[in-house]
Design a protein around this ligand. Structure first.
Ligand SMILES: O=P(O)(O)OC[C@H]1O[C@H](O)[C@H](O)[C@@H](O)[C@@H]1O
Length: 541
């Protein structure tokens, strides 16, 4: 199938013509005092305020036309229907099916609830102390071994929702180890007890060397303490994968295998049994609320008209920034310490999905796709990279993420009043920064001092949550997933494959052989020289 390119869409030229006509954000706000009321959308406890984006009514109407010209309604319907939307791998991408309430699941997807119930039973056994280590002691620590989509989602969610942990989950400590160099394990194994630690090996493919090398290290560590291999495998390892065969080969006991399916993309998998670490750390109830929050956003995405649709608007504004205003950098700025790992999660979701330069059907693209996306807790980043946002030469778009409510006043602890005051301070900083980015000096006063000149006109959106909880976090994640999909359709690319990461894996194998003195030496001189230097520094000439 020939994909129509974005710059061949009839409305694209009209959009480009608008670029020079849009006034500075300061002027846009002056022209229309109701801009913010008109440019905000609310659904499922999340409000998107996009009034600080450099758009006019004309631009919005053309972006709406673009939505229909690229046939997004059909694409969205296809995504939800299980059509093959990932053509290079000939697969559906049915992460939305995972959060459909059980009562609405068709028979063909009964496996989803079955897998969740299996996971729930396992979580229960561990949390209640029924599941025991090889010596009969109860499990105190769980380590999730995974990387990329098998790590970032659960890591981010557990960090974000710690305060909502159900009572039975509180006794358990959940850790994450992902790095191929074993650094995290090195620290963890130092203080963990092999008798009371359970390892989750999470890997969709169960072939990822990063995860399997961590699993092998742990296996060696446990084998030293545990008298029986069968006991060790039965009491200390759970496998989470779409490949039952590979789990079996590694030695995961059949009853310890949590399945998911090839039609769940790795970076969209936290809703599947990959969420086991979430359920262990926070409770199954919290995990189900996360699913429910995502489902509410799925419904909003599926049914709301484009200009009242939060993920669609985020996508259209992103395309406007990247392809018309030529803004190739996007900062994710949560004003909430609990969302520490949210930017890294989105780095994978957005850049691995849409960092592509060929269409779904393999033709080259001659326009920009995914911007460079990075981020940090906003208030901390103010003391780090905001200088560039305010006065650098690089145009940057930004998402500010903020929860209106934090630290419930009903809490009677003495320090809560002080914490509520801190939250107020945090809100003030968030609002101040998006205001200064948009308006520049016009936010306060003009200045002749070049060092105090703030040009402004850096576009941003603010995602305001009623409060950060399992439901709104589920919705927020789903929102970005759908934004990514919508943009992929507009750009004509496949957001569900990741061929770009394969070559590096292949070359790493070559390099392993070279380092061991076995490989052929037909390498570039830089790599060869580095390898020789490394071997020499390690006394392995
Ligand atoms: O879950 P796994 O199969 O172990 O994959 C883990 C990760 O590694 C791969 O290289 C991909 O780039 C990611 O999309 C994936 O999430």
């Amino acid at each position: 199938m020939k994909i129509q390119l974005l710059n061949q869409q009839p409305v694209f030229k009209a959009l480009q013509d608008q670029a020079v006509k849009v006034p500075h954000l300061a002027e846009l706000f002056q022209q229309n005092p109701h801009r913010a009321q008109q440019m905000s959308i609310e659904s499922a406890g999340i409000c998107l305020d996009y009034s600080k984006q450099r758009v006019t009514d004309q631009v919005l109407s053309e972006l709406e036309q673009l939505f229909y010209q690229v046939k997004l309604p059909q694409s969205i319907a296809e995504l939800f229907s299980g059509a093959v939307v990932n053509q290079s791998e000939n697969r559906a991408a049915l992460h939305t099916q995972l959060r459909l309430p059980a009562a609405q699941q068709p028979e063909a997807f009964a496996v989803i609830e079955q897998a969740l119930l299996q996971m729930e039973a396992l979580v229960d056994q561990v949390q209640q102390g029924v599941w025991r280590g090889f010596s009969g002691k109860r499990i105190t620590d769980v380590v999730n071994l995974g990387v990329g989509g098998s790590d970032l989602g659960p890591l981010m969610v557990t960090q974000a929702l710690k305060e909502y942990a159900e009572p039975q989950a509180k006794a358990l400590k959940v850790h994450f180890a992902s790095t191929i160099d074993g650094s995290q394990l090195f620290d963890l194994l130092d203080h963990l007890n092999p008798e009371t630690t359970l390892f989750l090996i999470a890997s969709k493919s169960f072939t990822t060397i990063d995860t399997l090398s961590n699993a092998d290290t742990v296996r060696a560590w446990l084998a030293k303490a545990c008298p029986s291999e069968t006991l060790m495998l039965r009491c200390h390892f759970v496998g989470i994968s779409a490949s039952a065969d590979k789990m079996q080969q590694w030695g995961i006991a059949p009853e310890n295998q949590l399945p998911f399916w090839s039609w769940v993309g790795g970076r969209f998998s936290l809703w599947s049994t990959v969420g086991c670490a979430i359920a262990l750390d926070l409770g199954m109830g919290v995990f189900r609320q996360l699913l429910a929050g995502a489902y509410a956003m799925d419904e909003h995405f599926r049914t709301a008209p484009p200009l009242q649709n939060i993920p669609v608007m985020m996508a259209l504004l992103g395309v406007w920034n990247v392809n018309v205003l030529d803004i190739r950098a996007h900062a994710i700025l949560p004003y909430d310490g609990r969302l520490k790992y949210f930017p890294s999660y989105l780095e994978q979701l957005e850049m691995e999905s849409n960092g592509k330069s060929v269409t779904q059907s393999g033709e080259p693209i001659n326009y920009a796709t995914c911007p460079v996306l990075w981020g940090e807790i906003g208030a901390n980043a103010q003391h780090a990279f905001y200088q560039l946002l305010h006065q650098g030469t690089q145009a940057v778009a930004a998402d500010f993420i903020l929860a209106a409510n934090r630290y419930e006043a009903s809490q009677s602890e003495a320090h809560y009043e002080a914490l509520i005051a801190q939250h107020e301070l945090n809100i003030a900083n968030c609002l101040a920064q998006s205001r200064v980015l948009a308006l520049g000096n016009a936010a306060v006063e003009p200045s002749d001092n070049p060092f105090r000149h703030y040009p402004g006109n850096q576009p941003s959106s603010t995602l305001l949550l009623d409060r950060l909880d399992a439901s709104t976090l589920g919705g927020l994640i789903a929102c970005y997933e759908h934004k990514v999909f919508t943009q992929a359709v507009i750009w004509g690319i496949n957001p569900f494959d990741q061929w770009g990461v394969e070559l590096g894996k292949q070359v790493a194998l070559q390099l392993q052989a070279v380092l061991a003195g076995k490989g052929d030496t037909e390498l570039d001189s830089s790599t060869l020289h580095l390898a020789a230097q490394i071997n020499s520094k390690r006394g392995r000439v």
